[in-house]
Design a protein around this ligand. Sequence first.
Ligand code: ATP
Ligand code: MG
Ligand code: MG
Length: 415
Amino acid sequence: SVMDLVDKMDENEWNYHGEGNKSLVVSHVQMSRVLRLLKYSSEDAENAPQTTEETFRQMENIVDFSNNVMSPLLGDKFVHSGEVVKLPLEFVRQLSIKVQHHRPAWRCDKVMDIYSGAALCLPNLTTPSIPTHNPPLCVEIKLLSSSRKGLEQHRRRNRQRMYFAIKHLIEEPQNNFKIFKGGKCIHGDRDEMLSVSSLLQKLRPYFSCGNGRNKTVLHDFIQVLVDSLLSSDEEGDEGVERRLEGRMVCEASLCSTEFLRTDPQPLPRDSVLGRILQVQLLDSLDIEGLLPLYRRVEQYLHHFPKERSRLQIDGPYDKAFLEKLQKCPAEDDGSIEYAVAKVQQYRVAMTAKDCSIMVTLVPRRDEEDGSERAAFSFSASILDLDPKPQDGVRRQQRLDHRVVSAYLRDDPGPS
Ligand code: ATP
Ligand code: MG
Ligand code: MG
């Protein structure tokens, strides 16, 4: 395990894997593991590097929040919290030099933390450790903060709308859609953008027995994705498989009635999307309703700063934190506890609006009956479940305000 390796880490065994706004991720060349390191802005004084101790506390908080709050809410089969590791500083420095020229230029306003040695070690979700004849495919969909409306509409599931939403993501990924093949990002990074037709070229071996037309490959690919996002199968690790039989695949066209009929079923509660939606809906109050409660908390803390830790404002994110959040009374009783619970519910919902879904597709081929059939085992995971800062509530409020006033400006009103 990485824990055993920590003393003899070799930067040659780790490759740049990807990054977001807050962290940079490297993957091991052999083990199915990644390291997630924090980044900070090299210019912004507000985000000046913290002390080593603070960085480790922040990392522990991330793991606790994932383990004790998000995992129980979302389902532990979807969530992999990882563990905090302490890396040798020399290794981290060499690593930062090695990855630098693989980083997209537009991300380089931030630099990797090379001072603390703190990292999160996680399973590499893009390289499941199951031997396969074709390298596994993995699709990452990043939900955007505003996606609640989108998901809510899907509550009355409409397969067709979802189908076209995914098709649109494939055609125009904007940092919210990536495809990995054998652990390597082949589509979606700003620098790794394939035309749709060359993407389909790469996907062809997985579908339609390797000889389908582009349209069919795209169609089957989207179907498998929609299936995985909506699957609520409890079979466990293996997931469910979708069999694409040779004949059916060739006959299916984008306009087939079988796929385009409206499908008014609800979003399955135990599907990965259903679980995320339920957590997003924890923000039962909109930002206008939340603001007075947020002020109540701020004011209270101003008068009683020592109450901050009893109220677990910034953690610890333990079982008690989750309980307080879940046992919040339905009506405002004027208490500080009520206000805190509502603000925390809002923060948890914010995390669920900003996460990524990773769908792993492991190809299988049934040789037995001779009929050429492609099948996948699929499984879904949810990643990027960091706690959102308390003052994020304010930032979100400013954002919402701008949206609302822009909307009002555009609205000609009753005439
Ligand atoms: P954001 O800006 O979306 O908040 P972030 O800075 O919090 O992102 P992550 O989303 O956690 O960072 O990680 C960055 C990228 O690294 C992800 O989009 C994903 O492609 C990859 N990644 C993260 N964790 C894993 C993992 N466990 N296995 C494989 N790839 C991963
Ligand atoms: Mg992310
Ligand atoms: Mg994040």
